[in-house]
Ligand binder design. Sequence first.
Ligand code: IPM
Ligand code: MG
Length: 353
Amino acid sequence: MLLNLTALPGDGVGPEVTDEAVRVLETIADVFGHQLSVTRKPIGGAALISAKDPLPADTLQSCLASGAVLLGAVGGPSFDNFPSHLRPESGLLRLRRELGVFANLRPALCFAALEDCSPLRAEVVRGTDVLIVRELLGGIYFGEPRSTQGIPGNRVAIDTMRYGEAEIERIARVAFELARSRRRKVTSVDKANVLDCSRLWREVVTQVGHQYSDVKLGHMYVDSAAMALVARPVDFDVVLTENMFGDILSDQAGAVVGSLGMLGSASIGGAVGLYEPVHGSAPDIAGQGIANPLGAILSAAMLLRYSFKLETEAACVESAVAAVLASGSRTKDLGRSIWGPPIRWCSPKAGAL
Ligand code: IPM
Ligand code: MG
C-alpha cells in the first residue's frame, strides 16, 4: 500500500518528535511491504517565519492531497503578542477546519511499566484506559462573534460558545460507535447546570444514546468529571465532550497516566485525517533531544489504524511502545518514584523501537 503523508513538524519539540514517528513508519513500511512517501511542509510559527502565514496555501494543498497528515506541535513564546489571526495556533485551527476533522480521539492508557510515573498512587491509575472523544470544530473555539473592543483600561473581550444539534449528534455517534469496540460505556461531560450549549448537548446525546441501548450512557458536569478523573480514572471508558472541555481534560488525563508526552491523537471525520501528539511545542526543552517521542509515535499508530485501516501495523507500533517501556527506557518526563527500580535514561534517538 502507498502511505502518502504530509508531515508538518511545526515548532518547538515538534520537528524532533515527528522525525522519530516518521522513522517508526519507515520501519513499519519496510517490515510490512508498504511504500512510504513523506512530504514535509511548514505550519505554525515555522510557517510564519518562512511564509508570513501560519497555514500557507501550499501546506494546506499538500495536506488535502495526502492520505494522512502527521503534525508535531505549533506555538512558542515569541509569537505570544502576534494578532490572533497570525498566531501559530490559528494555523492549526484553520487546518482542522479545512480538513473537516470534527472528531478528536485522545486515548489515555496507563502502560503497566509506567504505573509508578503518575503523580497518583499506582493502585489508583492501574488499568486506566480512557478514550476522550473531543468535538473539534465547534464550541467556543470557532463561535462568532468574537472580538476585543474599547480603549485600553476599559476593553471588553467576547468569545462565543455555539453548538448546533447536527454537530452534537455526529460527534455523539462517533463516541457510541467507538464504545462498542471497548467497554460499552460513554460518559458525556458538560456544564448543563449553567450553559445552554450544554443543555442542548445533553439532550441530543441522550437521544442518540437511545439508538445504542447496548452502550451505557452517563452524564457528568465538567467540574465533577475533572475530580473523578483523578480520583477514579479506571471508572471511565469513553469520555464524550465538547471542544474546550476536551482540551482541558485531555491534558489532565496525560498527567494521570504518567506524562502528557505519552498521549497521541487522531482527528478524523473529514477529507483527510490529522494525527498529532496532545502535548504542545514545549519550547523550554526543544532541541535538547530529551522530548518524549511516544505521543508522536502513538499518533502514527493511530494514523495507520484510522487512515489506512492497517490494524496489524498499528497494533505492532503500540506493542513496540509497551515493550520499550517494559525494558526500562525512559525520557525525563517519565520520572519515577525513588522506590522504583533504576531507570535507564535515554534520549529518544537511542530508543530501540
Ligand atoms: C491541543 C492544543 C490546541 C487546542 C492548541 C495548540 C490550539 O492545545 O490540541 O490540545 O487547544 O486544541
Ligand atoms: Mg490542548
